[in-house]
Design a protein around this ligand. Structure first.
Ligand SMILES: NC(=O)c1ccc[n+]([C@@H]2O[C@H](COP(=O)([O-])OP(=O)(O)OC[C@H]3O[C@@H](n4cnc5c(N)ncnc54)[C@H](OP(=O)(O)O)[C@@H]3O)[C@@H](O)[C@H]2O)c1
Length: 223
């Protein structure tokens, strides 16, 4: 029985082969794609959800520790600082100050200030996430990061998906100069998600957006 009082939405972009980032966390192929004059301009009127429309409805962002570390490496916190933030992690005790972020293969953190919304903290499990979202009266949760999205999907907690497909194959061998980081980090597990049955969606809208990318907006079809 699903007692959630909140909805959750995934707003993510993938390469044609389904990756949300290279293994080394590079997402420049997405955020700064090589210009291609053959791409048409975004279609209008839009039927999908723009990021601005999406984020304006969100009261909680939940992201995996990997995504959090990438956000910290950016010059600015990429989301409105007023949004409540949960970071899923079994290795962080609390949102780190910049000096005690665990060393990892992620880009080196810079001095991005951690946002100061009404609520922000670390959660160590999906059960803890559920408790906090219920206690805080969450309404629309933005689920960010591949492993995190996979966890929400296996619990049946994803209500909407806004997926952007970038016109690129990342393949297996296009990593950094050491040949490391080829392939990438999938939005959905390539081994298949542990869902008890097929999860079906209604296509709400689809649009060509910037740089030849296609954005599709789906709403889950509950039995
Ligand atoms: N293209 C896009 O739209 C898009 C969107 C978001 C992110 N990204 C990119 O995707 C990459 C990160 O994605 P990712 O799949 O590698 O990782 P992720 O979901 O961001 O983070 C994974 C980590 O989160 C924690 N975690 C996740 N589920 C958990 C659970 N159920 N219980 C406890 N802890 C849990 C674990 O941290 P611990 O190891 O600390 O336990 C795990 O190692 C980054 O490069 C980011 O920039 C791209």
């Amino acid at each position: 029985m699903d007692n959630r009082t909140w909805k959750a939405r995934v707003f993510a972009a993938t390469s044609l082969d389904g990756f949300i980032a290279r293994k080394n966390n590079d997402i420049l192929w997405l955020t700064q794609p090589k210009p291609n004059p053959a791409h048409t301009r975004p279609s209008s009127p839009k039927k999908t959800l723009t990021f601005e429309q999406h984020i304006s409805e969100v009261d909680f962002i939940i992201m995996g520790r990997e995504t959090f570390q990438v956000c910290l490496s950016l010059p600015e916190w990429p989301y409105p600082p007023s949004k409540n933030l949960l970071v899923l992690s079994t290795t962080l005790q609390f949102l780190p100050t910049l000096s005690n972020i665990p060393a990892s293969s992620s880009p080196t953190p810079t001095s991005t200030p951690i946002p100061q919304p009404e609520y922000c903290g670390v959660v160590a499990s999906l059960d803890e996430t559920e408790t906090i979202l219920a206690k805080k009266g969450a309404k629309m949760v933005y689920v960010d990061g591949g492993k995190t999205v996979q966890g929400f999907l296996t619990r049946g907690w994803v209500d909407e998906l806004v997926l952007t497909h970038a016109p690129i194959l990342l393949g297996a061998g296009n990593g950094d100069e050491n040949g490391d980081g080829g392939g990438g980090r999938p939005l959905f597990s390539h081994r298949g998600l542990r869902v008890p049955e097929d999860v079906r969606f209604t296509l709400v809208g689809v649009d060509v957006i910037e740089d030849g990318m296609v954005s599709s907006y789906y709403r889950v079809l509950r039995p």
